[in-house]
Design a protein around this ligand. Structure first.
Ligand code: SF4
Ligand code: SF4
Ligand code: SF4
Length: 310
């Protein structure tokens, strides 16, 4: 039965800074309330590649992506850009088990990781935040355009604008979710390939879909909710969950790079310890050794040297 994409049932009262659970390069107090975790579920088996979701994203966010030339693929633009937060990627894939060609179409965009590598890597206080409902948002006023978020993201999502030098990506329509609406892409999808609700609801819906796909011969169907980043708030139902890379290189086991982990883990504390040690050493030197004193002998030697030079 066709099901329209209705607004999500339970309006969430507007969320704000009081709902933050993570803030880049800074700490936040435990929020007084915890929002219910939300998620977007993209069922790739239902997608017809119409790009209504892409258009809805452009319209809602009022972005103006450049029209690119045709290069033998339906994908346009040819990559995510600071003005294109979501992109349909088309891949022709030969199923090794059946030797048949399959057209795998994946909606690419920010996965809203529970453990966001972008936020971990970002050195600017408050440029990236995460709300207790799981949404990861960029706060452009605080962004310094350094691009570390790009390096920290295991999905290669953020893009830096050459116009204002800020980082951009999908917000999961946090402004719409804050007033009880689902994301614009989910609203626009004509086949109900995109659903939105609580994470638990979306997992239950995915389980039903996987059962259905299994019954129709897709024995490797499954849910993509990768544990390496703590799970995500954008999940996929894949017909071939045993090989996510077939879907335009969706990573099989995404993880935050060890360099970023080191910066936020032991490396960060080692750096802070070194700075602290240097500060303590300079104070100790001032207290115990006092200021550098110039003796009478030093003065006489200095005068002699000046005369020699003259
Ligand atoms: S470019 Fe990315 S890492 Fe750098 S400040 Fe902006 S959001 Fe943070
Ligand atoms: S997909 Fe990338 S940009 Fe999005 S939350 Fe995860 S790490 Fe950040
Ligand atoms: S709107 Fe739905 S069916 Fe159309 S491309 Fe997007 S996900 Fe696929």
């Amino acid at each position: 039965m066709f099901m329209p994409n209705a607004p999500i049932g339970q309006p969430v009262p507007g969320f704000s800074d009081a709902d933050l659970i993570k803030r880049s390069a800074s700490s936040v107090p435990e929020p007084a309330r915890r929002l219910t975790e939300v998620a977007k579920l993209i069922d790739i088996s239902k997608c017809i590649g119409c790009k209504a979701c892409q258009s809805a994203c452009i319209e809602w966010n009022d972005t103006h992506p450049e029209m690119e030339t045709f290069q033998g693929t339906y994908m346009n633009p040819h990559d995510l850009t600071p003005n294109m937060f979501t992109l349909m990627r088309f891949n022709e894939w030969t199923n090794p088990e059946t030797d048949k060609l399959e057209w795998l179409i994946r909606k690419d965009g920010c996965m809203h990781c529970s453990d966001p590598g972008c936020l971990k890597a970002c050195p600017a206080p408050g440029a990236i935040v995460q709300y207790s409902n799981g949404i990861v948002d960029f706060v452009h006023d605080n962004c310094i355009g350094c691009g570390y978020c790009v390096k920290g993201c295991p999905f290669n999502i953020p893009r830096i604008s050459q116009t204002d030098h800020k980082a951009y990506k999908c917000t999961l329509c946090s402004d719409r979710v804050a007033v009880g609406q689902g994301p614009a892409c989910a609203k626009a999808c004509p086949t109900h390939a995109i659903s939105f609700g609580t994470k638990d609801e979306m997992k239950a819906e995915a389980a039903d879909r996987v059962k259905d796909l299994n019954a129709r011969g897709y024995k490797n169907a499954g849910l993509y909710d990768p544990p390496g980043v703590g799970g995500t708030h954008v999940m996929y139902v894949l017909q071939h969950a045993n090989d996510p890379t077939a879907y335009s290189n969706l990573p099989k086991d995404p993880k935050i790079s060890s360099l970023v982990q080191a910066w936020k883990g032991a490396g960060k504390f080692a750096g802070l310890a070194a700075i602290g040690f240097a500060a303590v050493a300079s104070v100790a030197h001032a207290v115990f050794a006092g200021q550098n004193k110039v003796t009478k002998h030093d003065e006489e030697e200095g005068e002699a040297l000046t005369k020699e030079d003259a």
